[in-house]
Design a protein around this ligand. Structure first.
Ligand code: ARG
Length: 453
């Protein structure tokens, strides 16, 4: 491409470090789409004749077909997908193919290809997150009254429903959708036409190409356009937060499906056995989901580090944005699909969840609240008295509901028989009627409000 200025071909090692074709070939459809829009704009502006444009468009369509049919030869010496497509275009249609690169540089070309790709990945993530939320909502609705212990510090805290637990993740993944949508909007400016760094002396219509490629407007500064990879970082940030959510849910699936908990049973198709212990059904898929988060964070850290301290505008460093992005995209897509299938196939062990509430005094707060509401005792004092009753129960190996009234009255004389009504897990659950609380009616209402995301 630039043989005019060079005496020597690149060293083999130079090709190895320099060529991005082995991985950026993945951008072929975005690259061809960008070129088609560019050629149309050049013709509309009289920079290409209609005849020239026709030849270029036909050549590009042919190349797209060749690649999709697996008939395209990716030659590493051509460096990247942009040059591979251009070289093939010249082979197919002759010298007129060389006119496509008028008023364009690979710097704006790669920027627009990447933006098109990342926008599609945002849409893909949103689609898969909606699917996951649909399943979480369905399973939550089935388990509005399935009581389990809610934990803080992984210590039994208060009774909640399993539906309430799943709804928490429904909310988290809803925020992820909003983040991806926002990122999609922010990356709504088209860099094509920025050329190398300073714009071009041609009479271009950048608004035309922007619109043709589905962007709202062109970018406003050519220098910034070719050195900007914020949009990749933003995708990776959204993906990292989403992967963190996936890993938390995966972790709980690992814990909840373990024998000491036994709250859920993993769908067997998402577990694997042990080569030595015949009884095992290991939650491998959940464990891998928990671990794969690291790859996505790694991609974010990679690119943040690549971009840090880079002078304006384009530097070859920026070519290192691709492999980490592709890996993160594939990891996220797989993770969302696996999580959706796993939650869909989960068996709920309500009996074990209920049993786990026998320990840990989950209704101690209800007792303190009773003292506040019925006996007019200030909360701090009620908290202290309840602590004393819990201590008595613990020492005598009793549940709170089994502590005799006389013993309670020794600690707080105002306690009466009707305190026992609030000490069951069901009563505790039903009492939490505050907006966003775990009471079945509350959760049903929240689940009924389908927020259009
Ligand atoms: N393969 C390059 C990349 O991915 C394309 C842009 C190259 N531009 C340049 N001036 N060398 O970043």
């Amino acid at each position: 491409m630039w043989g005019g200025r060079f005496d020597l071909p690149p060293a083999a090692l130079m090709q190895e470090i320099n060529a991005s074709l082995p991985y950026d070939r993945r951008l072929y459809s975005q690259d061809i789409r960008g070129s088609q829009a560019h050629a149309a704009m050049l013709a509309k502006q009289g920079i290409l004749t209609a005849e020239e444009e026709k030849k270029i468009q036909e050549g590009l369509s042919l190349i797209l077909k060749e690649i999709e049919d697996g008939r395209f030869e990716f030659r590493r010496e051509l460096e990247d997908i942009h040059m591979a497509v251009e070289a093939r275009l010249k082979e197919l249609i002759g010298d007129v193919g060389g006119k496509l690169h008028t008023a364009r540089s690979r710097n704006d070309q790669v920027a627009v290809d990447m933006k098109l790709f990342v926008r599609e990945e945002c849409e893909k993530a949103i689609f898969l997150l909606k699917d996951l939320r649909r399943v979480l909502k369905k399973r939550a609705a089935e388990n509005v009254e399935t009581i389990m212990p809610g934990f803080t510090h992984l210590q039994v805290a208060q009774p909640i429903s399993f539906g309430f637990y799943l709804h928490a993740y429904y909310e988290m993944f809803g925020r992820d959708i909003k983040r991806f949508k926002n990122a999609f909007d922010v990356m709504g400016e088209c860099p094509l036409g920025a050329a190398a760094l300073a714009g071009t002396p041609y009479n271009m219509d950048r608004f035309f190409t922007a619109e043709k490629l589905g962007f709202g407007t062109p970018t406003k500064n050519a220098f910034d356009s070719v050195s900007d990879r914020d949009f990749v970082l933003e995708y990776l940030s959204c993906a990292s937060i989403c992967a963190m959510h996936l890993s938390r849910l995966a972790e709980e699936m690992v814990v909840f499906s373990s024998q000491p908990f036994g709250f859920v049973k993993m769908p067997q198709e998402y577990t694997s056995g042990s080569s030595i212990m015949p009884q095992k059904c290991n939650p491998d898929a959940a464990e891998l989901l928990r671990a794969k988060t690291g790859r996505i964070y790694g991609s974010l850290m990679t690119l943040l580090t690549v971009m840090k301290g880079l002078p304006l505008a384009y530097s070859k460093d920026m070519q290192e944005d691709k492999e980490c992005l592709f890996d993160a995209c594939d990891t996220l897509v797989l993770g969302l699909k696996v999580m959706t299938a796993m939650i869909d196939g989960l068996t709920i062990r309500a009996d074990n969840m209920r049993k786990a509430l026998e320990n840990g005094f989950p209704t101690a707060t209800d007792l303190a609240d009773w003292l506040v509401k019925k006996a007019g005792i200030p909360f701090r004092q009620a908290h202290h008295m309840t602590g004393q009753i819990v201590k008595f129960a613990e020492q005598n190996d009793l549940r709170l509901a089994d502590v005799p009234l006389t013993e309670m009255q020794k600690i707080c004389p105002q306690i009466t028989q009707d305190v026992y009504a609030v000490l069951s897990a069901e009563a505790s659950l039903n009492a939490r009627q505050s907006y966003g609380g775990t009471a079945p009616d509350q959760l049903r209402d929240r689940l009924a409000e389908t927020e259009e995301l």
